[in-house]
Design a protein around this ligand. Structure first.
Ligand code: GLA
Length: 749
């Protein structure tokens, strides 16, 4: 049993293989967070002694003993107007006009299997049909006796994964409406200490840059109010001890399974303790809960490692692959693809596409993806969005003859769509101007000259489902790249009354999930790739539907190293779409060697984003070699354990990473030199994750884009121990941005 209740001490004990989480019902019925950290066999209820601190009010029943202030205790659910002045996870106004609630323990339930969340993606157990023995649920209900507000705190414990998930369901059992001003998923209180916050910020073409800062007194906020999880701030944070490194030390991860507005507040309080609350952003959020109704929050995935941040990342990688992504392409090979976007932009016709496809097919590419511009009156980005029928000027005769020819070449066909959007200059907008978000009587903000469809409306979602289903039924489309190229403004739904406009942002996300749920269930064989101007909606909820997401619109190999590194803290390599593109690179104008571009892109869903027919004969040969190697390394990249061999790589002269097979018998080490090392010896890298007792042989060491000085040592076979403790020596590589891949395995004896 990974969840136990000790009635004599009123303690809930949640245990995974390497972690413990404990909660206590206090004397007065408040839910106190006792402990989260490395596995312990003891109960931790001795840790909190009541004390009195000036200006921290005590509950009425303890007015004389002057103890038990909610301001001083770690809480499982933190409210307002109750004596806890730190950041709250729940702000409500009940039917009697009262802000806040007095939430006390009412009941609990421990069950096998995983709780569900209505209308939103969340994690699942691996053996759903056998009572999900790998996961258990704890449901603790708190209630405010006066107002009728009930809050169920949901915990699922994934024992072997070292993951505990949290969510909340808020129910109105009164006869009056209750207003939710804030309904977060989770509150985690950490004891006094020197904590750092790591979060992942960025912008379009520069997603998930790692930032690590000491947690100072005051509040640090990581959030998005853009209607998407965003390029700017990812809904994922790590809190770690100041001394924690990649390989040692305490760290906690909190990741929100949500794609819309989000917020994480990290507060260091008056006593030096740190609170982290996470959930749907409360900005422009006001939810009216009518009598009998419930509100479900999205889920937070929590994990803890005492062995540093690398291990925490691998815990997330495994969990996302096995318990979040539902696509069959988690187990089935994904094709190597070519995408025509950077090869043609909007300027293509059937001949151009067929030429790219036939050249690609000859070199071993398995699928072509027709990007933006194949539909409506789409000749640039000012018109046509929303008109999901073929642009016959570019593709006379429609998609069928094109797809037939592509299939005859032995290639699959994929397509780009941006269903959530509309151009004013489109038949859809002319027919349904009220379907787009605009505020009556005001001019809306424009972004890429497009507007956002109101997905909080069922009629809009139903129309999109019908339109996209027809497209996927009519044509042999085996892959869909689902884009979202602007953020939400002028959010106002004509279908909702004035008092419910604060619900629109969240209802938009629910509409999107409804649409994706229906489409992915109806078309389980279609491989979906998420995208939002690159990686602007790279979150665990989107990964439920699409096993990979286009990582960035910056296709420069060197920039990608940093974006991929930041992404790797929470998300597996299998979730990343990565392509080899042309030089000079279209975003940075940098020229990197063809081979190095391949090394950087061999990280998840591999493909090309250029006109292959413009390559030299030697480069075409390189394409063949890259595809051959990618197939060979596929399992390592997609299912292996991932290790960052360098961190903070933007400030170093090389970036290195490693995949290790689950049986420790094979490993792929990749490195790219990002600035010349003049008068410095060869790079020596200590490998990770190997079996110290095994012997590893270099099967292949290939350098790219450089002149290489042969290594003095001809040693080819190493003990795992030597590679872990001493490392491997890279050849000296002369040239601009050279790369190297080293594949080692344990020879079969
Ligand atoms: C976004 C995507 C690109 C491409 C364009 C097309 O920016 O990230 O890959 O599909 O849209 O408009």
């Amino acid at each position: 049993m990974c969840i136990k209740y000790h009635p004599e001490r009123k303690v809930f004990e949640l245990a995974t293989l390497h972690t413990s989480y404990q909660i206590q019902i206090s004397e007065l019925g408040h839910l106190i967070h006792l402990y989260y950290g490395a596995a312990v066999n003891d109960l931790m209820d001795y840790l909190f002694e009541p004390f009195d601190a000036g200006f921290s009010p005590n509950p009425y029943a303890q007015k004389l003993s002057r103890g038990g202030s909610l301001d001083l205790y770690p809480m499982e659910c933190s409210g307002i107007n109750c004596g806890d002045f730190r950041v709250s996870s729940l702000d409500t106004v009940t039917g009697d006009g009262v802000w806040g609630a007095d939430l006390r323990y009412l009941r609990h339930e421990i069950k096998p299997g995983k709780y569900g969340i209505k209308g939103m993606p969340s994690s699942r157990g691996n053996d759903e049909n056998t009572d999900s023995r790998d996961v258990q649920t704890l449901r603790i209900t708190l209630a405010d006796a006066v107002s009728g507000l009930e809050v169920e705190l949901l915990y699922a414990v994934f024992e072997d994964k070292d993951v505990i998930t949290r969510a909340a369901r808020i129910t109105n059992t009164s006869n009056f409406p209750i207003h939710l001003h804030k309904a977060y998923s989770c509150c985690l209180d950490l004891p006094e200490g020197d904590w750092d916050l790591i979060h992942f910020h960025g912008r379009h073409t520069m997603e998930r840059q790692t930032q690590r800062n000491p947690v100072m007194t005051g509040i640090h906020r990581v959030s998005s109010k853009r209607g998407a999880s965003s390029h700017q701030q990812n809904p994922f944070v790590i809190l770690c001890d100041r001394n924690t490194t990649e390989d040692a030390g305490d760290c906690y991860g909190m990741m929100l399974v949500y794609s819309g507005n989000h917020c994480t507040d990290v507060e260091k309080d008056q006593s030096g303790c740190v609170r982290c609350v996470m959930g749907i952003s409360s900005e422009q959020f006001l939810w009216e809960l009518m009598p009998g109704q419930s509100f479900d929050t999205p889920e937070v995935l929590m994990t803890y490692s005492k062995d540093g941040i690398g291990r925490l990342s691998r815990q997330y990688h495994r969990f996302i692959r096995e318990n979040i992504c539902k696509s069959k392409y988690m187990h089935q090979r994904r094709p190597v693809l070519i995408n025509n976007w950077e090869a043609t932009y909007f300027d293509f016709d059937a001949d151009k596409i067929l030429k790219i496809a036939s050249q690609a097919a000859e070199l071993g590419v398995e699928m072509i993806v027709l990007d933006d511009g194949w539909f409506g009156s789409r000749f640039d980005d000012n018109s046509g969005l929303g008109d999901w029928y073929v642009n016959e000027t570019k593709l006379p005769g429609g998609l069928t003859p094109l797809i037939d020819r592509i299939n005859e070449m032995g290639m699959k066909f994929g397509i780009w769509v941006e269903p959530e959007m509309v151009n004013e200059d489109s038949d859809l907008f002319r027919a349904h101007p009220d379907w787009a978000f605009t505020i009556p009587g005001r001019e809306p903000s424009m972004s890429r000259n497009q507007l956002v469809l109101d997905l909080s409306r069922k009629d809009v979602v139903d129309w999109l489902y019908k339109t996209l289903s027809e497209l996927l039924t009519r044509y042999n489309i085996e892959y869909v790249k689902w884009d979202m190229n602007r953020h939400l403004t002028d959010v106002y739904s004509r279908k909702l009354p004035a008092e419910r406009q604060g619900e629109v942002f969240h209802r938009y996300v629910l509409g999107l999930y409804d649409l994706l749920e229906r489409l992915t269930n109806t078309f389980p064989d279609v491989l979906f790739e998420g995208c939002s101007g690159g990686g602007g909606r790279f979150d665990a909820a989107m990964l439920h539907y699409s096993p990979q997401i286009w990582c960035s619109d910056d296709t420069d190999a060197i920039e990608r190293l940093y974006i991929q590194e930041g992404t790797s803290y929470g998300y597996p390599a299998s979730a990343v779409g990565a392509h080899v593109s042309a030089v000079p690179n279209h975003q940075t104008s940098r020229a990197t060697p063809f081979g190095t571009r391949g090394v950087a892109a061999m990280y998840g869903g591999f493909g090309y984003e250029l006109d292959l027919s413009r390559l030299s004969a030697a480069e075409k040969e390189e394409v063949r070699g890259q595809i051959r190697r990618y197939h060979e390394y596929y399992d390592l990249i997609h299912n292996g354990d991932y290790y960052r061999l360098t961190t903070d790589s933007r400030n170093r002269d090389y970036t290195a990473w490693q995949f290790v097979s689950p049986d420790f018998k094979g490993t792929l080490v990749s490195a790219v030199m990002t600035s010349p090392r003049v008068c410095l010896g060869p790079v020596r890298i200590r490998l990770k994750g190997l079996d110290p007792k095994a012997s590893y042989e270099i099967v292949r060491m290939e350098t790219f884009g450089c002149k290489t000085e042969a290594l003095h040592s001809e040693k080819k076979v190493f003990s795992g121990e030597a590679l872990l403790e001493g490392g491997i020596v890279l050849p000296i590589m002369h040239g601009d941005y050279p790369g190297v891949q080293i594949y080692l395995n344990v020879p079969v004896s």
